[in-house]
Design a protein around this ligand. Structure first.
Ligand code: YH5
Length: 283
């Protein structure tokens, strides 16, 4: 039924990502506030066990992020980010059968993570930092480009668009061209509308409703809405009570053709996605 726009297997370093059915990416935060304070080894051990649990639950990608991009979060230095991310990328690469995605905008982190075994670069700033296009190109890895306007620290201050959908589509199309100009072919690119990034609740809901229109760009789509405030605002729940709202959006994203779901609750999302994929694959 669906028109095939891209091949089913995306090379991600030494592994392949099967895009013939929706995949789940598990979120692994390695910011210090995301762990109990038991020192360096304990933090690494906790992160590795969390990653292992997500792989056992069916995640085919683990997204490792050392910079908090939540609205208003403080910036971290490249060295601090590298010290958080590198050990965990190395440990996951050694221990787990999974594609490691690195959630970074920092060229040095892209290069080092790739060297240590990462298979995908996930940049919420769409490779706009100085040197990021060249660093990503040099890794040979696929990249996820995400729509955002401004910087995480200020992006929620009165976001305004004349036409959000056009803005998102035009921005991603422009970043695709920028990638190709620096040697990142479009076959290596995944696109993401960037839910919660410089968008009001109305923007997020409207963008989600019209997600299909982004298939015009001809690339696989990644959707990250897990536990985000758009869920909390609709159902009126705190961050740890947003599972069912998040699953509703995961289901809808798959129905609308998303290829990858970036989530906290892997086991629950995998069941949801598998059930829908089974119906969609039926005669
Ligand atoms: C994304 O959408 N998001 S980091 C606030 C929350 C919950 C979660 C208050 N990195 C994305 O996950 N990368 C982040 O509740 C991302 N797409 C891609 N590609 C923000 C986040 C979050 C923020």
């Amino acid at each position: 039924m669906s028109l095939k726009q891209h091949p089913d297997r995306l090379p991600c370093g030494s592994r392949f990502l099967d895009l013939s059915h929706p995949q789940v990416m598990g979120i692994l935060n390695v910011t210090p506030d995301s762990f109990s304070d038991g020192g360096r080894f304990s933090r690494l051990d906790q992160a590795l066990r969390h990653a292992a649990a997500m792989v056992a639950a069916g995640a085919s990608l683990i997204d490792v992020g050392g910079e908090s991009t939540r609205p208003g979060a403080r910036e971290v230095s490249p060295i601090e980010e590298l010290e958080r991310v590198a050990p965990i990328v190395e440990a996951i690469a050694a221990e787990l059968d999974v594609i490691i995605s690195v959630d970074t905008s920092t060229p040095a982190v892209m290069r080092e993570a790739a060297r240590l075994g990462a298979g995908l670069i996930n940049d919420v700033r769409s490779l706009q930092r100085d040197g990021a296009l060249d660093a990503a190109a040099a890794t040979g890895l696929p990249v996820c480009l995400m729509h955002m306007r401004g910087e995480p620290s200020t992006m929620q201050q009165d976001p305004y668009y004349t036409n959000l959908l056009d803005d998102v589509r035009d921005f991603l199309a422009e970043r695709l061209v920028a990638c190709e100009a620096r040697g990142i072919s479009r076959e290596r690119v995944i696109l993401d509308p960037g839910f919660g990034f410089a968008k009001t609740l109305k923007h997020n809901l409207s963008l989600f409703r019209h997600l299909e229109s982004l298939h015009a760009l001809g690339r696989p789509l990644l959707v990250g809405v897990s536990r985000k405030s758009m869920v909390g605002q609709v159902i009126g729940r705190e961050v740890n009570e947003r599972l069912y709202g998040s699953l509703a959006l995961a289901a809808l994203a798959v129905i609308k053709g998303a290829s990858i779901l970036r989530v906290h609750d892997v086991a629950e999302t995998v069941d949801t996605v598998r059930m829908i994929a089974a119906v969609q694959a039926a005669e």
